[in-house]
Design a protein around this ligand. Structure first.
Ligand SMILES: [Fe+2]
Length: 492
């Protein structure tokens, strides 16, 4: 009997090895094979990112069943002896079966690693408890936690080398960067200077790109309504169950837009929705001449299932002078500007909180804590690990290159990094795993669950989940999963 082995070395700095590798196999009855040295004559095996094939022949007298686990180890021979092993596939050609041994670990010198087929088990059922403990201790050294900015979610102190982008990924990013730079240059030359909003459309004409629908519809109220549910920040809108005291909107003001209903009737029929960006209050701006609104906006679901804005108040207190309620019946430019100020406020919440704070940063802490507490053998780790790929690397790069003092965010966004961090700290304070981190509960709290209070959001939410807001939804789904390791049973 013989097995064909495919050994996949990882693609990361220092992953390849010149050390001697040995392996043996156990079957489901505990029968053990002799050890085999994995070496191909005149070939430099186990190079970074490479796959090496070997054939091992079992002694003819050995009664050996199905491969249940493998044991392998390395010595410290050679200049570069460290080894990051992705996986080993054991191909039983006689039985036409492939046994997969996902490893995804740095292999220490002289430690005998025992990995079961598919390497998935809860700690209480793991036969390799010591190995599991040893690996967790190593991970706790690598993933040290730190609050880098007061009030922001916990992060890793130093990025572990395993979290860095792979060479292939770095190369792809470089290629993309140069391609984009070249494309931008061509666009500049071909489309001319942007003198007004209309001239932006030249980009699509000169590049034969499909013109986005929004270039024609961005002024329309229906587009503004759509942005609340299928834009980048669809997590702010709630079912309106009453008009807040601080909101100066009256029955008289919105009467023309309610298709003959009173405000109360619209509320009773679950057709009134509200966004209150109170969180923007007191957020510092990049400089004193900038203003960030903290608007309240009211939306009505028409009989054609279209969400339409019917009133916008740009600041919180209705008693303040110069804080009127803007209406669709106002002069077109006035109403358009009210919607633009609203969107500016919404974009601050989206970029700082929904995107950076509650997606990137909160997930970094969860990734680090997962590494510190769950072995790579744990089934929950296996489910989460693909979602953590390059997360810490992107955050580290982002915080160094974009969200630093005088960097991109500081110079392009009205609230700069001071306001960005302020908003995140404010939002994180009230964020809860069992509410905002759990999709069904989050939807229920906002009154927009698909199975009850409002029929309007069913299709729209489905669409925005699967397309434009996939990152937010994916994050939230991961957070749902992450509630599980909190029980002691699943720990480690
Ligand atoms: Fe992002």
């Amino acid at each position: 009997m013989s097995y064909k082995l495919q050994v996949y070395t990882g693609d990361r700095p220092g992953a390849g090895t010149d050390a001697n590798i040995k392996i043996l196999f156990y079957d489901d009855c505990g029968t053990k094979t002799p050890e085999f040295k994995l070496d191909t004559f005149f070939r430099n095996d186990f190079e970074r990112g490479g796959m090496d094939e070997f054939t091992v022949k079992l002694p003819s007298e050995l009664q050996f069943g199905c491969v249940k686990k493998i044991e392998f180890w390395r010595d410290s021979v050679g200049l570069g002896s460290s080894w990051y092993l992705d996986r080993i596939s054991v191909i039983d050609e006689a039985r036409t079966y492939v046994y997969e041994f996902p490893v995804f670990r740095w292999i220490r010198t002289d430690h005998h690693y025992v990995i079961e087929h598919l390497d998935t088990s809860l700690p209480q059922f793991d036969e390799q408890k010591e190995q599991r403990q040893m690996e967790l201790e190593e991970k706790r050294e690598l993933y040290k936690l730190k609050v880098k900015v007061p009030g922001l979610p916990i992060q890793v102190d130093q990025i572990p080398s395993d979290e860095n982008f792979s060479t292939e990924y770095r190369w792809d990013m470089k290629k993309l960067k140069y391609k984009l730079a070249l494309d931008t240059l061509i666009v500049r030359v071909k489309s001319g200077k942007w003198t007004d909003l209309e001239s932006l459309k030249n980009i699509y004409v000169t590049h034969h790109l499909p013109k986005p629908e929004a270039t024609e519809t961005w002024r329309e109220d229906s587009h503004f309504g759509d942005q609340r549910v299928s834009g980048v920040n669809p997590v702010m809108i709630k079912l309106c169950t009453h008009i807040p005291e601080k909101f100066g909107v009256t029955e008289e003001m919105v009467k023309p837009f309610l298709e003959g209903l009173t405000l109360n009737e619209a509320i009773q029929q679950n057709r009134l929705f509200i966004v209150d960006l109170k969180i923007n209050e007191d957020v510092p701006c990049q400089n004193d001449s900038f203003v960030l609104c903290s608007p309240i906006a009211l939306f009505f679901e028409t009989s054609c299932k279209q969400l339409m804005p019917i009133a916008i108040q740009l600041f919180q207190s209705k008693l303040e002078p110069g804080n009127p309620v803007f209406l669709p019946s106002d002069p077109p430019m006035t109403w358009l500007l009210a919607k633009m100020w609203y969107n500016n406020a919404d974009s601050a919440v989206h970029q700082a909180l929904t995107h950076l704070g509650l997606t990137h940063l909160i997930m970094e802490g969860i990734a680090a804590i997962t590494h510190r507490n769950l072995s790579p053998t744990h089934p929950i780790f296996k489910l989460l690990a693909p979602h953590f790929l390059y997360l810490i690397a992107i955050n580290t790069l982002g915080l160094q290159a974009l969200i630093n003092e005088g960097g991109w965010v500081d110079s392009v966004q009205g609230i700069g990094i001071k306001g960005t961090f302020f908003l995140i700290a404010k939002g994180v304070k009230t964020w809860r795993m069992d509410v905002e981190g759990t999709i069904p509960e989050e939807l229920r709290q906002r009154g927009v669950r698909t199975d009850g209070s409002s029929s309007f959001f069913s299709e729209d939410f489905k669409n925005c989940w699967t397309t434009r807001s996939s990152r937010i939804i994916r994050t939230a789904m991961m957070l749902c999963c992450c509630t599980m390791p909190s029980t002691l049973m699943l720990r480690a």
